[in-house]
Design a protein. Structure first.
Length: 318
C-alpha cells in the first residue's frame, strides 16, 4: 500500500477502488483525513456541509443495499457527504437573526462545500496509500437513506465516500482530451469531429468499446438519472430547497398522498385529480371542478398547496 508525497504521481496512477481488505485504517490516519476535509475551501466561511461517518454495520448494509454499492459495507470507513444548511440556520437564529429566503442558492453553495470537503478527504486518503470510491448512488433511494440517517430539514446527501485498504490495483481510467475540458476566455462549441474524438478517447472504458452505451444508460430518456429526478425533487422540496413550495405544506400534502417537488408537478397533480381550472390571481388561487371549488392564499406555490389541502380528505388522493 504505497504512500505518495508527489501529488502528480498520485494523479497519474489513481483509480477508484471497489474491493477492500478487511483491515482498519492505521492509527492516526482518520484524524488526517478529517483534518484535510476541514481545511478545504468554503464560501463565506459558512462550512455548509457535514461528514456523516457511518460505523453502524447494519446502517452501512442498508445504505449499501439501497444505493446498489456493496463495497460500502466492506470499506474500512464510509462517509456520507451532506449539504447542510440546518446548522447555519440554527446559528443565525440563535443570535436573533431572521433566516433569508434563498433555497436554490443555499443548495448551490452547500453542494460546493460538501464536494470540496469530500475531495480533500479523498486526496489525503489516496496520498496515504488508501483506496477510495466516490458513491453517487446514494441518490437512488435518497428518502430512505436520509430517514435511516435521521437527517433534519435543510440537509441532504450529495455523495458517499468509501476509504480503505485496497485489495485490487485497477488501472487508471481514460479521460477526455484537455482541449475539450479546458477553454480559454470564452466557451467554444464543439464540432462533430471533436465529439467523435471524445468517443474514441473513452472507448476502453466499456466492454463494447462504445462509450455511448454508458452515456445512454445513465443520461438518455429512461436512464438512471431520469429515474432519480422525481424522488430527488420531492425530497429537496421537503427538505426546504424549493423556492415555490413551503416545506411544511409539502409534508402535509405528502400525508394526503400528493407528492410534488416543484410547482409544475403540483399543477400536474391538481389536474390529475380532475380539476379543470386553476386560476391564479395576486395573493390567491382558485381550483375548480364542477360542482367543487377551493381557494388557497399566498404566493402561487403556497396558494395552490393550501387549496389542495382544503379538499376533504376522503376526496383527495390517498
Amino acid at each position: 500500500m504505497p504512500a505518495y508525497t508527489d501529488l502528480l504521481e498520485l494523479y497519474q496512477t489513481r483509480a477508484s477502488v471497489r474491493r477492500f481488505k478487511p483491515e482498519p485504517l492505521r492509527e492516526g490516519d482518520l484524524d488526517k483525513l478529517l483534518f484535510a476535509a476541514q481545511r478545504a475551501p468554503t464560501d463565506a466561511t459558512a462550512q455548509m456541509y457535514t461528514l456523516l461517518r457511518v460505523t453502524d454495520p447494519a446502517l452501512r448494509a442498508q445504505i449499501a443495499h439501497r444505493s446498489n454499492n456493496p463495497h460500502i459495507a466492506t470499506a474500512a470507513e464510509f462517509f456520507l457527504l451532506l449539504a447542510d444548511v440546518y446548522r447555519l440556520r440554527r446559528m443565525v437564529e440563535m443570535r436573533g437573526g431572521t433566516w433569508g429566503h434563498w433555497p436554490r442558492t443555499a443548495a448551490h453553495f452547500a453542494i460546493g462545500d460538501a464536494v470540496l470537503a469530500g475531495s480533500a478527504l479523498a486526496t489525503m486518503a489516496e496520498s496515504l496509500g488508501y483506496g477510495i470510491c466516490w458513491i453517487g448512488g446514494v441518490l437512488n433511494n435518497i428518502e430512505a437513506i436520509s430517514e435511516g440517517c435521521r437527517l433534519p430539514e435543510g440537509v441532504f446527501p450529495v455523495a458517499g465516500l468509501c476509504v480503505g485498504v485496497p485489495d485490487e490495483s485497477p488501472a487508471p481510467r481514460p479521460r477526455l482530451q484537455r482541449d475539450l475540458i479546458v477553454h480559454e476566455n470564452r466557451y467554444h462549441p464543439y464540432t462533430a469531429e471533436e465529439l467523435e474524438g471524445a468517443y474514441a478517447d473513452m472507448r476502453s472504458i466499456t466492454r463494447s468499446s462504445d462509450w455511448y452505451n454508458v452515456l445512454s444508460r445513465y443520461f438518455a430518456v429512461g436512464g438512471t438519472m431520469e429515474g432519480r429526478e422525481g424522488s430527488y425533487q420531492a425530497y429537496m422540496a421537503k427538505a426546504g430547497f424549493d423556492p415555490d413550495l413551503p416545506q411544511d405544506l409539502v409534508g402535509q400534502l405528502e400525508a394526503r398522498g400528493i407528492k410534488a417537488g416543484s410547482l409544475g408537478e403540483l399543477l400536474e397533480q391538481t389536474f390529475a385529480q380532475g380539476f379543470r381550472s386553476v386560476q391564479f390571481q395576486k395573493g390567491f388561487v382558485w381550483i375548480e371542478k364542477e360542482p367543487e371549488a377551493y381557494r388557497g392564499d399566498g404566493k402561487p406555490g403556497e396558494a395552490l398547496a393550501r387549496a389542495l389541502l382544503e379538499i376533504p380528505q376522503d376526496e383527495s388522493v390517498g
